[in-house]
Design a protein around this ligand. Structure first.
Ligand SMILES: *Cc1c(COP(=O)(O)O)cnc(C)c1O
Length: 414
């Protein structure tokens, strides 16, 4: 966006703020993004911008991988520029190839099937359950063919998926590999183990809308030594992002902090937008929505991003505890308003990246009631079977259809 467009937009927004202030309305609401960014993350990003000498030093990246693995209780970890890239590394490590099939939930992000398609692996969609929005184990079995090699087990909104055990058991019985998509669930536990520990491989995301935040970033883990070699091998072939990209990503830490987190974000956010708005990175590009592989895809993590990851990791347990407290307030709200609460399976400890609720379809289409009445931004994950693609052609997933129409989600760091 050009600077003059940004200035115009900001003028309009501040005029609206004036009108709201006059009418005694609130000027800020709780947003959904970047809620774990604090001033120390901004200072850290700025210190890396001031001194670029160690941008290519991989030692800090190794440290991040080791610390993450230790924190997660995993044997090995490899870090990349996105959860989707970490997924590509998992696909590589498992040796999935042209002609293989993978079973995916028909309610996911488009970048998930993309990662398989880039490797020539065919996604086969299976319906979800509406308790935790994960794959319904009873549906998965029918989708298995002689070409099926793996199942993608997804934990959404920070909940542990209802059929976790059943899917693992099914995969074991049918000789299939399991990839756990923990992009929403970093730190969630089941029977004392972090999610991601039970599948053959797993990946996590530190993209700006996820549980912890390096603006973009992802990490893959495994306990298996030979799969770890595969992850490492993918990482060694990957290039680091170019300096301009890293520069923009580090500036975006300030931009997001002032837009989403700072108490006076109603005006500081606008100032940050004038300064850094043109540098903003989009997570999913138009070409990815079309299923094409962007040229910048498949990069490994550079040290400034690993430094942010290490700083976020220190705060993650505390933020996840706060998210659980925030969720308890939404439980209360659901009871009062007569909506169903998300299902927490026995033995699980969720992290509630967001608090999902099934509401009337018109309340999903028009969400200003949440800002006005509750002071929060209501999220739309997911707007289709393959978010954020508006029109897709996934059929035969009626429960996913229903979630697309009715599931909204609230921020939990309120
Ligand atoms: C965000 C997301 C991903 C991909 O993570 P990125 O870091 O954005 O590449 C994968 N799966 C799900 C369910 C996600 O929400």
């Amino acid at each position: 966006m050009s600077r003059s467009r940004i200035v115009l937009k900001i003028g309009q927004r501040q005029a609206r703020n004036m009108r709201r202030a006059v009418r005694g309305r609130r000027l800020t609401i709780t947003p959904l993004n970047s809620l774990t960014l604090d001033r120390d993350d901004v200072e850290l990003a700025n210190s890396w911008l001031r001194d670029r000498r160690s941008w290519r030093d991989q030692r800090l990246v190794s440290r991040y991988e080791e610390e993450f693995a230790r924190w997660n209780g995993s044997g090995y970890a490899s870090a990349f520029m996105g959860g989707r890239v970490a997924l590509s590394a998992c696909i590589h490590a498992l040796g999935l190839r042209q002609g293989d099939e993978v079973i995916l939930p028909g309610y996911t992000c488009v970048v998930v099937p993309n990662a398989f398609q880039y490797a020539g692996v065919k996604p086969v969609y299976s319906d979800i359950e509406l308790d935790t929005y994960g794959l319904d184990a009873s549906q998965v079995e029918e989708k298995i063919t002689s070409k099926t090699r793996a199942i993608l087990l997804q934990h959404l909104y920070g909940l542990v998926c209802r059929d976790y055990e059943a899917i693992l058991e099914l995969a074991e019985r049918r000789g299939l590999k399991v990839i756990e998509d923990c992009a929403h669930a970093t730190g969630a536990e089941y029977r004392g183990l972090r999610v991601g520990k039970r599948g053959d491989v797993a990946f996590y995301s530190s993209e700006q809308s996820k549980v912890f935040n390096t603006i973009q970033g992802g990490i893959a883990v495994t306990d298996d030594e030979s799969l770890a070699k595969g992850l490492r091998n993918y990482s060694e072939q990957a290039e680091p992002p170019d300096e301009d990209w890293v520069d923009r990503q580090l500036h975006q830490v300030s931009l997001n902090y002032y837009r989403f987190k700072h108490p006076q974000r109603w005006w500081k956010g606008d100032l940050a937008e004038v300064r850094y708005g043109r540098e903003r990175l989009v997570s999913t590009t138009g070409e990815e929505e079309q299923g094409e592989r962007p040229t910048h895809y498949g990069r490994r993590m550079p040290s400034p991003v690993a430094a942010l990851g290490l700083n976020q990791l220190k705060k993650l347990d505390r933020y996840n505890e706060l998210r659980r407290q925030g969720a308890a307030r939404w439980d209360f709200w659901c009871d009062r308003e007569g909506y169903g609460k998300p299902y927490v399976i026995e033995g699980s400890l969720p992290v509630y990246l967001r608090y999902p609720v099934m509401v009337e379809p018109e309340k999903k289409r028009q969400r200003s009631w949440a800002a006005e009445g509750l002071g929060v931004e209501a999220g739309v994950w997911f707007v289709s079977h393959l978010h954020p693609v508006r029109r897709d052609s996934i059929e035969g997933c009626p429960r996913a259809d229903e979630a697309v129409e009715r599931c909204i989600n609230f921020p939990t760091l309120v």
